[in-house]
Design a binder for this molecule. Structure first.
Ligand code: KIV
Ligand code: ZN
Length: 519
C-alpha cells in the first residue's frame, strides 16, 4: 500500500511509438496488439500507440489498439499541423480514454535550421495545434521538442500558452539526451516556479539515453515535481533509446524513502513484458541490464552466495520474484505433462489454451527428445516461436547440408508454402548457413542482403537451444527474423524464413514462389 504522502506518478509508455522508431524494431499489427495487451496487463497509465500520420500501418495500429484497450489512456502523436491532428483523432477516437499528443520543436537550433520559424511563429503554431486537438478531446498533451536545449524564458512562455490553449499535460523532452540530472531537476523546478498556470497541467518528462542518463534525468525530474514519466520497455527507442520503464518503476519503488512516489505498475509483469518485447523486436536485452537482464539477480562470488543463503537482503535490494523472475528455474523434461507445461508457461506470463496449448505441447515433446532438461528460457523461446509460427507463410520442412574444409557446401532443402511443397538442391555459399540462405532465397524468389546475423544460447550446456536473429534488407527496408532450435543451422533457416515471411506480409504477397515442386 502506498503511504499517504506518496505521489502517484503517471507511467506513459511509448514502446509502440518512440520504441518502435529504433532501427530494426518495427512491428506488424498483430505484434503491436500483443505488446499493447501486455502493457495493459503491466498496468501502465498511458499507451502511446503510434504516430498515425506517419503511415497507413501506423494509423491502423493506433486505431485497432484504441478499439481494443480497456483501462489505460490510448494516445496518438501529431505534429502541430491540422492534417496530423485530424488523423491522430481519427485513430484514437474509438478509445475508452483517448489522448492527442501534439509536439513542436522550440530550441534555437531546431527553430533556425529545421523549422525556419521565429519564436512568435512557434507560439502561434503550438497554440493553434493544442486548440485544434482540444476541439476533439479534452485530454491533450503538448511537447516542446528539444525542450532541454530551449532558452528557459521562451520555454516558460510556450508552456504557459499551451496550457492556456487547453493542454492538460506538458511534456518536457530531452530529445537528444544532452541534459544532466541536476539540469533536468532544475528545469522542472524553474517551470514550476515561473509558469503561472503550471498547476493546471501535469508536468511530464521524456528523456533520451544518449549519455546513459535517461533514467537518472527522469528521476531528478520526479524529485523536482514531474508527475508523468515517458519511458519504454527495455529502454528501446531512437539511437541509444529512451528512459527504461522497468528501471524507473523499480527505482521509485525500491527508493520510496527518497522519491516518496509510486506507480500503478504490476512489477511482477516486468520480466514477462520485457521478454515479449525483446522477442518481438529482436532487440535482445543485455545480460547485465538492470532489473530484467538475465544476470540482474545472479550472484557469482562465493562470498555473495553465502550471504544470500544466510539472509537475501545482504546482497539483494529487490526480490527477483517482485519483478517477475522466479526463484527456481524449474526444470521440465520428457515426462512432464500438459498441465505442468501450461502451469509453468502461465507463471512465465503466457496463457496457453486449446489449440495453442496442443501445438506448444507437441513442440515441447519434440524438444524434450533432444534436450534432457528444459529451463524457463527454453520454454519461453519455444512458446514465442509457436505462437508466432501461426502467421508463417513459408515454413521449413527439412534440410540437409554437407560441408567441410575446402569444400563447397551442398544443401538439399524443402519448404512448405500453403499446400505446396518445394524442394531444391544446390552447391553454393561460403558455409552451411550461407548455403541454406541461398536455397531459401531461390525457393521463395525473395532476394535479400543480410545485414546482421547473431546467435546466442538460450540456456547453458552443450544441448542448449540456439537463438538466431537476422536482419535483412529488401527493397531498401530492413526486416527482422528469429528462429530457435537445438541445431544452429536449423535455427538460422527458421530466422531467415521468419524475415522472408515479414517481407511477404509487408509487400502483400507480391513475391511469387519459384522452384521445383516435389509434391
Ligand atoms: O524525443 C522527443 O522529443 C519526442 C517527442 C515527440 C516527444 O519523442
Ligand atoms: Zn523521443
Amino acid at each position: 500500500m502506498a503511504e499517504p504522502d506518496s505521489r502517484r506518478i503517471v507511467i506513459f509508455d511509448t514502446t509502440l511509438r518512440d520504441g518502435e522508431q529504433s532501427p530494426g524494431a518495427s512491428m506488424n499489427l498483430a505484434e503491436k496488439m500483443e505488446v499493447a495487451q501486455a502493457l495493459v496487463e503491466l498496468g501502465v497509465d498511458v499507451i502511446e500507440a503510434g504516430f498515425p500520420i506517419a503511415s497507413k500501418g501506423d494509423f491502423e495500429a493506433v486505431r485497432e489498439i484504441a478499439r481494443m484497450v480497456r483501462g489505460p489512456v490510448v494516445c496518438g502523436l501529431a505534429r502541430c499541423r491540422p492534417e496530423d491532428i485530424d488523423r491522430a483523432w481519427e485513430a484514437v477516437k474509438h478509445a475508452e480514454r483517448p489522448r492527442i499528443h501534439v509536439f513542436l520543436a522550440t530550441s534555437a537550433i531546431h527553430r533556425e535550421f529545421k523549422l525556419h520559424m521565429d519564436k512568435e511563429e512557434i507560439i502561434r503554431r503550438a497554440v493553434a495545434g493544442v486548440e485544434r486537438a482540444v476541439g476533439y478531446c479534452p485530454d491533450v498533451e503538448f511537447s516542446p521538442e528539444d525542450a532541454a536545449r530551449t532558452e528557459i524564458d521562451f520555454l516558460c512562455e510556450v508552456v504557459e500558452k499551451a496550457i492556456d490553449a487547453g493542454a492538460t499535460t506538458v511534456n518536457i523532452p530531452d530529445t537528444v539526451g544532452y541534459a544532466t540530472p541536476a539540469q533536468m531537476g532544475g528545469l522542472i523546478r524553474k517551470l514550476r516556479g515561473r509558469v503561472p498556470n503550471i498547476e493546471r497541467a501535469v508536468i511530464s518528462v521524456h528523456c533520451h539515453n544518449d549519455l546513459g542518463m535517461a533514467v537518472a534525468n527522469s528521476l531528478a525530474a520526479v524529485e523536482a515535481g514531474a508527475g508523468q514519466v515517458e519511458c519504454t520497455i527495455n529502454g528501446i527507442g531512437e539511437r541509444a533509446g529512451n528512459c527504461s520503464l522497468e528501471e524507473i518503476v523499480m527505482a521509485l519503488r525500491t527508493r520510496h524513502d527518497v522519491y516518496h512516489a509510486h506507480t500503478g505498475v504490476v512489477t511482477q509483469r516486468l520480466v514477462p513484458t520485457s521478454r515479449l518485447v525483446a522477442s518481438i523486436t529482436g532487440m535482445q536485452v543485455q545480460r547485465n541490464k538492470a532489473i530484467v537482464g538475465q544476470n540482474a539477480f545472479a550472484h557469482e562470488a562465493g562470498i555473495h552466495q553465502d550471504g544470500i543463503l544466510k539472509e537475501p537482503t545482504t546482497y539483494e535490494i529487490m526480490r527477483p520474484e517482485d519483478v517477475g523472475f522466479m526463484r527456481s528455474d524449474l526444470v521440465l523434461g520428457k515426462h512432464s505433462g500438459r498441465a505442468a507445461l501450461a502451469d509453468r508457461a502461465r507463471a512465465l506470463g503466457y496463457r496457453l489454451t486449446g489449440e495453442q496449448l496442443n501445438t506448444v505441447f507437441e513442440a515441447f515433446k519434440a524438444l524434450a527428445d533432444k534436450k534432457k532438461e528444459i529451463y524457463d528460457a527454453d520454454l519461453a523461446a519455444l512458446v514465442e516461436e509457436q505462437i508466432r509460427a501461426v502467421t508463417e507463410l513459408w515454413s521449413l520442412d527439412s534440410y540437409e547440408v554437407t560441408s567441410g574444409t575446402g569444400r563447397k557446401p551442398h544443401v538439399s532443402l524443402t519448404l512448405r508454402h500453403g499446400d505446396q511443397v518445394l524442394t531444391t538442391q544446390k552447391s553454393a555459399g561460403d558455409g552451411p548457413i550461407d548455403a541454406v540462405f541461398l536455397a531459401i532465397a531461390e525457393l521463395t524468389g525473395i532476394h535479400v542482403v543480410c545485414k546482421d546475423f547473431r546467435v546466442h544460447s538460450v540456456t547453458v550446456g552443450q544441448d542448449a537451444q540456439g537463438e538466431v536473429t537476422v536482419q535483412v534488407e529488401h527493397d531498401g527496408r530492413l526486416y527482422r527474423g528469429r528462429g530457435v532450435s537445438t541445431d544452429s543451422v536449423e535455427a538460422s533457416a527458421k530466422a531467415f524464413l521468419n524475415a522472408i515471411n515479414r517481407i511477404v506480409t509487408a509487400t502483400n504477397g507480391a513475391a511469387q514462389p519459384a522452384g521445383e515442386t516435389s509434391a
